[in-house]
Structures are given as C-alpha cells and as structure tokens.
Design a protein around this ligand. Structure first.
Ligand SMILES: [Zn+2]
Length: 285
C-alpha cells in the first residue's frame, strides 16, 4: 500500500508539474501576444487622446485668440473714442439725441455726439448777439420782454458756445489751477466743477443761457428773484441749484437757465428735482 501510494504521488506530482509547465508556457505565449496589442491599443488610444487634446488645445487657443482679438478690438474702439480728459476720470457716454430736444440730457456723464447738428437763432434785438437753438430763442425773447415790462432786464450773457470755445474756456480754467500748483489731473477735476468740459455743456447744445451775471451774488438780485418766480412759465429751469451739487456735479450757478419746455419746467420746479432726477438718469451715474 505504501509503494502504491508513493508511486501514485510521484505520478500526480509529475502531472501537476507537467500541467504547470504547459500553463506557464501558454501564459508566457499569451502574455506576449496580448501585451503587444494592448500596448498598441493604449498607444493609439493615447495618440488619439493627444490628438483630441491637441485639437481641444487648438480650439482653446483659437477661442483664446478670438477672445483676445475681441477684447483688443473693444479696447481699441474704447481707446479711439476715449475722451480727451479721460486722464482726469472723465468717461462720458454719448447722449441719446433721438429724444425730444427739450429732454436732451447733457452733462459731464452724457456728451453730445461729434456730428451734433443744431439750428441757431441770434438774439439780435437784445444783448450782444448771443445765440440759442432756434426753437428756444422765441421763448427767451418772450421771457425777456415779460421781465422788461416789470422793469427787469434779463441780459443774455452767454448762450450757444461752440465746442472749441468751450474747450478754450475749460483749458484756461485748468491752467489757472495748474498755476496754483495742482497736478494736471487735479486741475482738470477742479475746472470741471465750475465749467463743463467741451461737448458736455448745455451751451454746446444751444439750450441754455447765462443771464445777467456770472457771479453767485446774482442770487441777491431782483432779476434772479424774477427768474425763480416766472422762468418756468417760459420753459426755463435753474439747472444747477445750490442744494443739488452732488447730483449735478457742478457748482451752484444761479445764472444758468436751461430750456426744457413750459410743462416740464413747471413739473421740475414744483418737484424740486434736478433734470437728472426728473429724467431718471441720476441712478445711472
Ligand atoms: Zn451756463
């Protein structure tokens, strides 16, 4: 029994070894065969991924280029249209000139377009030849005559001003502050508080008249009191009131009267609003 068992064990071991060798051989062979295609698959797959990545990168690159180009274009456009006084923080948008002319908003944030056209009338009978928009001039003359009948002379001091005249006035004022030692930017900012930069003044639109005097003391005159009482009846408003300088962004100017039409002038007068507030433009500042 012992011999029999021993030989059986030897046979079984031989069989196991033989099977093991065969399996090992097959495994090796299969391994080689399989390894190459797997690698190839991985490689090709990698290549595809790389290709895909490259394509994606190219796309990203293209997109980036496009974006950059667009941004550059925008910047270029912005730079081309940059206002001459941008160095002092001025960045006015072009005002909407399609509104009825009496509602036209012109201030340091809303500039007239370069091609702004207007018809002017000269106040030849009164003052020294000041001009206003031809639709406004008849109202001024009517107001002038009404005041005159009450012994008040509303001398027109400064009506329509050209862009170039406004520019000269503005730059003269900048020079005054620069001579006082202020930097160019600070001098420009200070100048803008007393005279608006070119293109941003209602005088450039022919819609406003400076009356009698350019001194704050004008508020103590009978002419000023008459205007406060009656100007709205002729379509004019005091544009830069004393208590609204934070909104108008310009000093109190009792002499500057803007035409907005009789109905609107009365509304504005009774509401105590500025034109910016009345037109709902204040929030966008
Ligand atoms: Zn004025």
């Amino acid at each position: 029994m012992k011999k029999c068992r021993k030989s059986d064990i030897v046979v079984i071991l031989c069989i196991i070894i033989a099977v093991a060798v065969i399996f090992f051989g097959c495994w090796l062979k299969l391994g080689k065969v399989q390894t190459q295609p797997v690698d190839a698959t991985v490689n090709s797959s990698t290549t595809e991924t790389t290709a895909a990545q490259t394509t994606a990168e190219e796309k990203v690159s293209e997109t980036t280029t496009e974006t950059t180009t667009e941004t550059t274009t925008e910047n270029t456009t912005k730079e081309e249209s940059t206002y001459a006084y941008a160095y002092a923080g001025f960045d006015p948008v072009i005002t909407d000139t399609t509104v009825p002319f009496n509602r036209l908003l012109v201030n340091r944030d809303y500039i007239l377009p370069e091609n702004f056209e207007l018809n002017l009338s000269t106040l030849s009978e009164i003052g020294s030849g000041e001009k206003l928009d031809s639709r406004v001039a008849p109202y001024y003359i009517k107001m002038f005559n009404a005041a005159k009948a009450e012994g008040i002379i509303l001398t027109p001091v400064s009506g329509y001003r050209t862009y170039d005249r406004q520019k000269i006035n503005f730059e003269n004022r900048i020079a005054v502050y620069q001579n006082q030692g202020y930097s160019k930017a600070k001098a420009t900012d200070l100048a803008a508080q007393v005279i608006l930069p070119p293109g941003t003044s209602e005088h450039n639109a022919g819609l406003a008249m400076d009356i009698v005097s350019l001194e704050t003391s004008f508020e103590n005159t009978a002419a000023f009191r008459w205007l406060c009482e009656n100007a709205a009846d002729y379509g004019f408003i005091m544009r830069y009131p004393k208590d609204k300088t934070d909104i108008t962004k310009i000093t109190y100017e009792p002499w500057h009267w803007r035409f907005v039409g009789i109905e609107m002038a009365k509304d504005i007068k009774s509401s105590g609003k500025t034109l910016e507030e009345y037109l709902g433009a204040y929030e966008s500042f």
